[in-house]
Design a protein around this ligand. Structure first.
Ligand SMILES: Cc1cc2nc3c(=O)[nH]c(=O)nc-3n(C[C@H](O)[C@H](O)[C@H](O)COP(=O)(O)O)c2cc1C
Length: 386
């Protein structure tokens, strides 16, 4: 969200003039919020070393719902923190499952780097049902030294991978060989990968139109936008305090928050200039998108969803290695009633007849500017205390 639209969102010009001149603080990310991106310190215990990489995985709304139990030696038991869910926009927790898949994939990669095989057993006490998730473990990971283990070349990209929500360079197409290596990176998963680029401008337009409409729906459905507001972290203070969620780091805006001038308990109206502005901005980003990728699974069980997350982070790391920026676009893939038409449209466009097939990931990609990393809560916050 840019400053102009944000100011409009919270009621605009009066506030602006009342606080003009209060912008002397820094807009840099608080160092403690992004310290995790330095990687583990030398000498860190091996499981913690591995987990220090895993917590850099992408997670929907940056909720970081990973909880680990390290009480059994050589083992990591992974649970989902049930206080960190998005029931409005992710009612069946599909994206939460994917966000655990991304974590597990990085566990596997980091373990390999240390000559260790991570034997990952998903849902050791049984798979969650299709609608709910519960306190049972998501995965039991047994670590064992293995002289034959092969390192994963994508490991080196973990500290460089970031979700990029900026405008991309429309003069640069994503080359076919780069797309091919992204597809190859996930070939061990039975998931259909697809891509559309600048050479198919009609199809590209169809992608943009569906993404734009789905975004409009999300912004104008109060319960959905309020769910995002709950995890919006505005300004250095909030970012440093929570180190999760969606960060907006702008000193001016944080002053507004401190003055109590941004009420996050109320959704803006659909015709508020703030909402209209947001839609325009997103459309600009879509216009500056030279390609989209997607990932389709047959079936949509919990294991399938976790594996889709594992495959997605591989694709993103592979793109990172080639300088590609990426931003998932989950709105049209979401299962709440207001998105039904967009859900159908994207599934039809991609030849994924639902319910047999599910589009698990759809993302814009291209060449974007350098961006700052997203906050992380730090390893200790993820270790379950007995
Ligand atoms: C399953 C899943 C769904 C996501 N959906 C979106 C999305 O719809 N829009 C978006 O901008 N980012 C999306 N993201 C990216 C996350 O917001 C991002 O991973 C998180 O904010 C942390 O930032 P990082 O990826 O730069 O570390 C998604 C990530 C995952 C794993």
């Amino acid at each position: 969200m840019n400053r102009r639209s944000f100011i409009r969102l919270i009621g605009g010009g009066v506030v602006f003039s009342a606080t003009a001149g209060l912008t002397a603080c820094s807009s840099e990310m608080p160092p403690e919020a992004i310290a995790a991106w330095q990687g583990p310190k030398p000498g860190t215990d091996v499981r913690k070393w591995i987990l220090s990489y895993a917590i850099l995985a992408p997670h929907s709304h940056n909720l970081q719902s990973w909880l680990v139990d390290l009480r059994t030696p050589n083992e990591i038991m992974l649970y989902c923190d049930l206080t960190r869910l998005l029931p409005e926009t992710d009612p069946y927790y599909r994206q939460i499952m994917m966000s655990h898949g991304t974590f597990l994939e990085l566990v596997d990669m980091a373990a390999r780097e240390r000559g260790i095989r991570a034997n990952i057993e998903l849902f050791p006490l049984g798979e969650f049902g299709p609608e709910e998730i519960d306190r049972r473990p998501l995965a039991r990971i047994r670590l064992a030294k293995d002289p034959n283990i092969v390192k994963d070349p994508l490991f080196g990209q973990i500290l460089k991978r970031h979700t990029n929500r900026e405008v991309y360079d429309m003069s640069k197409a994503v080359p076919a060989d780069v797309v091919q290596s992204m597809a190859n990176s996930m070939r061990s998963y039975p998931i259909r990968f697809g891509f559309v680029g600048l050479d198919q401008s009609d199809t590209l337009e169809k992608h943009r139109a569906i993404a734009a409409e789905a975004w409009r729906i999300e912004l104008t459905t109060p319960a959905k936008i309020l769910e995002t507001y709950k995890v919006l972290r505005v300004g250095a203070r909030e970012i440093a305090k929570y180190r999760d969620g969606i960060s907006i780091n702008d000193p001016f805006l944080s002053v507004l928050v401190r003055l109590g001038l941004f009420d996050r308990s109320k959704a803006p109206k659909p015709d508020d200039s703030a909402t209209v502005d947001q839609i325009e901005n997103f459309n600009k980003n879509l216009e500056s998108t030279p390609g989209f990728i997607w990932m389709i699974t047959e079936g949509n069980g919990r294991t399938t969803q976790v594996n889709a997350g594992r495959a997605y982070v591989r694709v993103q790391l592979s793109g990172t290695a080639h300088g590609i920026s990426m931003q998932p676009l989950q709105q049209a893939l979401q299962e709440y009633p207001e998105q039904q038409a967009s859900y159908k449209e994207i599934h039809n466009l991609l030849g994924a007849s639902s319910p047999r097939y599910t589009v698990q990931m759809w993302a814009r990609l291209g060449y974007g500017p350098q961006i700052e990393p997203a906050p992380r809560r730090g390893l200790e916050a993820h270790i379950a205390k007995s």
